[in-house]
Structure formats: C-alpha cells, structure tokens
Design a protein around this ligand. Structure first.
Ligand code: GDG
Length: 737
C-alpha cells in the first residue's frame, strides 16, 4: 500500500526563529492535531498544509521536510479571506447553527476557492503511485472534487471535524451547491456522529439531488460513501501524563492555590460555540441560589486564545471577561473569588495536572463536532474519581451516557447538574467514571484511525474496481466494442435499430414537452432512414401525438405508449397494435393519480390513449420517491384483479394495460420486416427492460446510464448513443449498403 498524505488547512506546527536565526518548529495544539499527530508520526506519508499566508523561506521548508511536512504557499490576502472570511465567518458559525454570526462576502468565497485550488495543485505535484489522500475539515470542502478532477484514480478520504447541520440550515449556506459538489468528490466522507451523517445524506439529496444509500453512491461519477467515526483521544499519552510522579505534586499545589475548594474546571478555545458565557451564568446561578457553595466551589476556566483577528472573537473575549469580573465582584467571599479565569494556553503537563485536580469537568458547548476535552479528562482520571458534566450538543454526548448530560441554554438546569456533580457520592461517581473510562479507552484515537482507514480500504477497492471496470461501470463500452458493432451493422443486409426516446435519444427534461428532438438527432435519424436496408424504430412510452409531431418529417417507425400504437415509416396514420384491450379501469386510476398530484407539489399526470403516467421528477427528491412507493402499493392493492400493470420508470409511475409492453410490440413490428441479420436496441429505463428481454442473444442491447439492466452493454449518455448512430450511418453509407 502506498503512503497516506494528510491534508489540513494548517500544518501542525508554527515556526519560531531561534537566536541563531535558525527556524525551529513548535508543535501546535488543538483537536485536529491531537487526532492526527499520531497518524503522521507513526506513518511514512507527508502532511500537507499551510503556515498561514505569504511565501515560505527555503530554510523553513528544509526544516519542515525533516518531519515530512509540506507547506502550501498561499497569497497572504487570500489566506486571510479564506480563513477568517468564508471558513470562519460563514462555514464555522453556520455549521454550528449560530446564524447570527454568519457574514458572507462573495470575495471571501472566491479566495476560499483559490486556496482550495492551490492545495489541489500542490497535492497533485506530490502524489506518487499508490498514495491515498486524507483531507481534513471545513477549510477544504471544495478540495475533494478539485483533486478528483486532477487525480481520477487516487482514493480521496475526507473527515469533517465540526458538526454537519440539518439540511434546512445548509440551505442557507451561500454557495451551498458548489460546497456539496466539492465534498462529493471524496470516496469516503467521515463525520463524528450518526446525526451528522443523516444530515449529510439529506443535504446531498435535497440540495444537489445526489442520492446516497447504504452502499453510498456512484451518481457523482465515482464511488463515494459516508461513514461515522467518532474521534477519540490518545489515551495512553494522557494516562502517561497523569501517572507521572511530578503530576501529583502539581495537583497538590493547585488544590492549595484554590484553597481546597471543589474545583469545577472548564477548558475551551475561546470560541462562541463553546458556551463559555452560559457556563459562567450557570455557575453564578448555582452560587446565587445555593449560597452554601460560595466558599466551597470554584470555577477554573482556561480559555485558550483563538482566532483573535476576527471581530466576533474579540467581542466574545470582552463579554467573557466582563462576566467574570461581574461574577467575582458580586460573589467574592472571604477573599475567595468564584471564577478563576486564565486567558492563555498551558503545557500538556499543566493541562493534565488541571484535569487531575478537577472534581468536576464542565463542558457546555452550544454545538461541538465532538469535544476532546471531556475525553481527555476521563482518560486522565486513573482512580475513577471525578464527574463529567457535558452538554448534549457536543458530538461526544452520543457515547457518554454516564456523564451528567445537560442543555447549556437551560442555565438553571445546568446549575442543578453542577450541584448534582458536586454532591455525588464517590461510589456513584466511580461507577460512572469507570464505564466512561472503558469507553474512552476502547475507542481512542488509534481505534478511530483504524476504523477510518479500514473503511478507506473498502472505498479504495471500490474505486479500483470502478476504474478497472469490474463494478457496475464495467459495461461502459470500449472504443473497440463500438468499432465492432458499427462494423457488423455496416455489413448487415437487413438491420433494425430499436431506440427508446426519452433518456435515450434525448436527455430527460423537466416536462415531456420540453424534451424535443435536437437538430443533431434529427439529422442522424434522417441519414439512417435513407438506407433501405435499415429499419429505425423509435419505441417509446410516450403518447402518440407528441411522438408523431416530433417525427413528422422523419421516416422512422414509431411505437408509442409502450406498444399500443404504431405508425409505420412514411405513413401518416396510427394503428392499434393490440386492438382488443380492456381499458375499463382508466377513470378510477386517473382519479387516484390526480389525488397524488394534489399531495405532491410538482407532480403531474400524463394521459395517453390507453395508459396513464404519474411523473414526479419535479417533486422534492426524497418526498417524490416516498409518494411513488405509496402510489404503487395503493394501485397494486386496489387493482389487483384488473387487467393492468403498474410499472416504475425513471421518476415516473406508469399504469398500462396488462401484457402490452415494448418488447412484445417490437417483436410484432419486426415480424413485418422479414428476416433480419442485425438488431441493435437502446433504452434507459425499466420499461426498456421488456424490450431487452425479448431480443435474441445475438442482438446488440445497450443500456443508457448506470442502472441495473438486462442489456449487456452500456453507454453513459444520449450524446454517446447519437455518436454511435452517426458512425453507423457513415459506415453503411461508405460501404454503399
Ligand atoms: C475541533 C472541533 C472536535 C486546549 N487548550 C490547550 C490544549 N487544548 C487541546 C485540548 C484538546 C484540543 O485542544 C481541543 O479540542 P476540542 O475537541 O475540545 O475542540 P476544537 O479545538 O474546537 O476542535 C471539536 C475536534 O476538532 C476534533 O475533531 O472534537 O468538536 O470543534 O485536545 O487538549 N492543549 C494544550 N494546552 C492548552 O492550553 N496543550
């Protein structure tokens, strides 16, 4: 297996110049780095990311190379608009449901796109055969599709570290289609929770009409899957830090520093998603409503500086500091302040000591992709003491049943949870912590990496199969096949070409009237029809008048309504191919179809001379297929004894007389042509399967599109079929047949 290339917006290091002038790399902290550091350190791949904006000096590049790090150089202004602009002023707040923080500027999006392009260029220049690419997070949502374009055979994984919101929220995202199409370029899209995956599936379906099922999708032109991979922490590392002898000394110091009060700890980046103001309000509410805790508990809040170039973050800092000042001013007792606020980051050792000193860990995000802090706290509590109080809006909550879960917006409720944590018996606390520790230990960061990579292996083989032609796509015909088919047809004495219309000769349109034959199609059909040895039959489910009008001047044979009506080439009159049909059920069925039109906005009924069609291509995708299923069930039950059949086509339910189908009709018509030594048939939907089913094995049967089919050969689009027809016309003309 080749290397794994990790890609994230920022490299996991910052650069410090030493006194000698030499650059030194300093490992950064943060959720994503905590997760990926071990993957990179233990592998042989590269980590590709930026160092912010502007050119990167040569000596820094050399230093980076020693750690297999590759810098993407990005124009400084673009980097700012990409990071502070579209990433953190649009995607970050919107994906966390904080719509009031969204500020969209179209120039920021342009910069976002350019930066994603820059990444694509650099990655494409670094990839070696066999490599896989694992892209991370919301700064690079366009990158998978950009890479797919440049590197069609390289497996691309993507992991989103933040929440993926409901499709109703995604609908508000400026440039939502482009973003979703960008993401759909990945072969595996990972998220932290099942809910995020659900939202992703419904956004793909509702916003860009891309359907994922349990096996993912192939509709985006390549195999793609969605998976749930809750990120864990490096448990062994946290246990190591927690059990180091010097930690115990520092824990004692901290306890003394806080005068042996119970320590309620908060550790967050200073970010408005983390609910720090709500946390301070809840703690304040606790002390105001239960004053006995005033000299017995302290809230220690470590707020790690973050994104301080963005106005909302500056405002948050002021708000939090104001709240801390006000709470301390109001509730100070015997020289003890209730909130101890630290605006800085601390070393991993100090953080571990804080986790060990804390009686209660209070984590209150209003939304959080996962939240690693709560898992690190649990991993550090080697003696099973301590209580975790966790917001139900953190991704971590889905696997944290033994924590005290709360709604941070309910300030009184949170205060009650804090009190419950402070007064919990040590037995209950130990019982809860023990199971949490077990969960955190069994689903640590290595487990996460293993699970993602195992799913990535599956996605990789799916992509390889797809490319090698052993999956559904295998039957897309090769040039050689086309050449062989054209050659056989050219040499045939009497040949028939049976061609479905909608979706086969023309692309599907919003309404049947809009799907008119293109001038190119008419030209090709006319060229074919000049040939006396060739019978061209358009076999359609359409109603005969529109078909007759479309081909008024083209001498093709027309079979309309799946075989009910027939117009011979050159004739102007239509005849019934099966004149003795019982159509007594039509009015009753029509009433039901009309009722389903009323229920489903965008649906319509097409009335043909014998059959009826309920079209739902303009109905909202998920709802449309649901209504279609209901309709089919209803009709099958209500008309079980009537001589009709209900057939599902592409976004259409067709009700037609029993026993009449395209296959039977074509067979009847072909008998009139006499002996044939070449048969070619093409169709795109389920009703064409009847046609394929009646063909002899020697026939050339071609499915248009990807769906499962009896036809052994496959073309992707109507345009490709028209090319084949054109080649046939040309080859037969050349041979003078
Ligand atoms: C995003 C998502 C998701 C914090 N302060 C210090 C410090 N940290 C470390 C913690 C922890 C990490 O930073 C924070 O991780 P979180 O998960 O809490 O949050 P985000 O940074 O917002 O991360 C989040 C995560 O990505 C991973 O997918 O869980 O939902 O928002 O590891 O320990 N580390 C040190 N000093 C500090 O002062 N050493």
């Amino acid at each position: 297996m080749g290397r794994l290339l990790l890609v994230s917006n920022r490299l996991p290091v910052s650069i410090k110049r030493q006194e000698s002038g030499q650059p030194a790399l300093v490992r950064s902290s943060g959720g994503l780095i905590a997760g990926l550091g071990p993957v990179h350190d233990g592998g042989d791949g590269e980590w590709i990311g930026s160092l912010g904006g502007g050119p990167v000096p040569g000596d820094v590049k050399n230093e980076l190379a020693k750690q297999r790090l590759v810098a993407v150089e990005v124009d400084a202004n673009d980097a700012r608009r990409h990071y502070e602009g579209y990433s953190n002023n649009v995607l970050w707040p919107l994906f966390h449901y904080l719509l009031n923080h969204v500020t969209f500027d179209a120039c920021d999006f342009e910069a976002y796109r350019r930066v994603n392009e820059r990444f694509a260029e650099v990655i494409a220049s670094r990839v070696k055969p066999g490599d896989r690419i694992w892209v991370h997070d919301y700064h690079l949502l366009l990158l998978p599709a950009m890479l797919r374009e440049r590197l069609p055979d390289v497996p691309i994984g993507f992991f989103l570290h933040i929440p993926f919101p409901s499709s109703e929220v995604v609908r508000m995202l400026p440039r939502r289609e482009e973003i979703l199409r960008g993401l759909a370029g990945a072969n595996l899209i990972g998220v932290h929770t099942y809910n995020f995956a659900r939202h992703l599936v419904s956004s793909f379906r509702r916003i860009i009409g891309l359907e994922f099922n349990d096996d993912g999708t192939r509709e985006s032109g390549q195999p793609s899957r969605i998976g749930v991979f809750p990120l864990g922490v490096d448990v062994a590392m946290h246990q190591g830090l927690a059990s180091a002898p010097e930690r115990a000394r520092r824990v004692d110091e901290l306890r003394k520093e806080f005068r042996h009060r119970k320590i309620v700890l908060g550790v967050d980046r200073l970010d408005y998603t983390k609910g720090i103001p709500l946390k301070i309000r809840a703690f304040r509410c606790l002390l105001e409503t239960r004053p006995e805790w005033r000299d017995k508990a302290v809230l220690v809040q470590l707020a790690v500086p973050s994104r301080d170039g963005i106005a909302a973050y500056k405002a948050l800092r002021e708000e939090v500091e104001g709240m801390v000042g006000a709470a301390n001013g109001a509730l100070e007792q015997n020289g003890l302040v209730p909130v101890h606020y630290l605006y800085r980051s601390v070393s991993p050792e100090e953080l571990s000591a804080m986790y060990l000193a804390a009686d209660v860990m209070l984590v209150t995000p209003v939304r959080d992709g996962m939240n690693l802090v709560i898992k690190e706290y649990v991993a550090s509590r080697l003696d099973d003491s301590g209580v975790a109080v966790l917001s139900e809006f953190a991704g971590a909550a889905s696997g944290f049943g033994e924590a005290l879960l709360h709604n941070p917006w309910d300030v009184e409720g949170t205060a009650a949870s804090i009190e419950r944590a402070l007064t919990m018996t040590s037995d209950e606390a130990a019982h809860r912590m023990k199971s949490l520790r077990h969960r955190v230990a069994t689903s640590d960061v290595h487990w996460w990496v293993g699970r993602f990579l195992a799913a990535f292996d599956t996605a990789t083989s799916e992509l390889n199969d797809f490319l090698a032609g052993t999956s559904e796509a295998k039957t897309y015909v090769s040039r050689e096949w086309v050449r062989g088919c054209v050659d056989r047809c050219a040499k045939a004495r009497r040949a028939v070409l049976a061609l479905d219309y909608d979706g086969t000769l023309v692309e599907l349109a919003r309404t049947p009237e809009e799907a008119r034959p293109t001038p190119r199609l008419l030209e090709v059909l006319n060229a074919l029809c000049i040939d006396p040895g060739l019978e061209v039959v358009v076999v359609s489910g359409r109603e005969h008048t529109s078909l007759g009008e479309f081909f008024a001047d083209v001498p093709v044979h027309l079979i309309a309504e799946h075989g009910l009506s027939y117009r011979a080439a050159g004739a102007s009159a239509w005849e019934h191919l099966f004149p003795d049909l019982d159509l007594g059920w039509r009015d009753a069925v029509r009433a039901i179809l009309d009722d389903f039109v009323l229920r489903s906005k965008g649906a319509f009924v097409e009335r043909k001379s014998a059959s009826l069609a309920w079209h739902y291509r303009n109905v909202e995708p998920g709802f449309g297929s649901w209504q279609a299923r209901e309709l089919v069930n209803h009709l099958n039950e209500a008309f079980a004894k009537s001589p009709l059949e209900v057939v599902r086509g592409h976004k259409v339910i067709e009700v037609r007389p029993l026993g009449v189908n395209k296959g039977r009709a074509l067979k009847t018509v072909m008998q009139r042509f006499g002996e044939l030594d070449f048969i070619f048939a093409a169709g795109d939907d389920r009703t064409d399967e009847d046609l394929f089913a009646t063909l002899p094995v020697s026939a050339y049967a071609v499915k248009i599109g990807r769906a499962v089919s009896l036809a052994p050969h496959r073309l992707a689009t109507p345009a490709q079929l028209i090319n084949v027809l054109k080649l046939i016309a040309r080859a037969r003309a050349a041979l003078g047949q």
